[in-house]
Ligand binder design. Structure first.
Ligand SMILES: [Zn+2]
Length: 75
């Protein structure tokens, strides 16, 4: 019986990507962080953090939003 080893990392889709990957509109929460639509309704969906964190700006995050359709996918 062969052992089943899973070496694949589970794809985490529980949160927004790094802030660098978002547009300005997405960072401001005016567009869905997943698909980029600005058509509502948009819901607050946590924060997107900058990948490069400087000591001065530790864990700088943007309150981002997700549209209803993407909200179903990412949950
Ligand atoms: Zn969306």
């Amino acid at each position: 019986m062969a052992g089943i080893e899973s070496t694949e990392q589970p794809l985490s889709v529980t949160g927004p990507p790094a802030a660098e990957d978002l547009t300005e509109e997405q960072r401001q929460g005016r567009a869905c962080w997943a698909c980029g639509t600005a058509d509502g309704p948009l819901h607050p969906d946590g924060h997107a953090y900058l990948r490069t964190v400087t000591p001065d700006v530790a864990a700088l995050g943007y309150a981002v939003a997700v549209c209803t359709r993407c909200s179903d996918v990412t949950r």
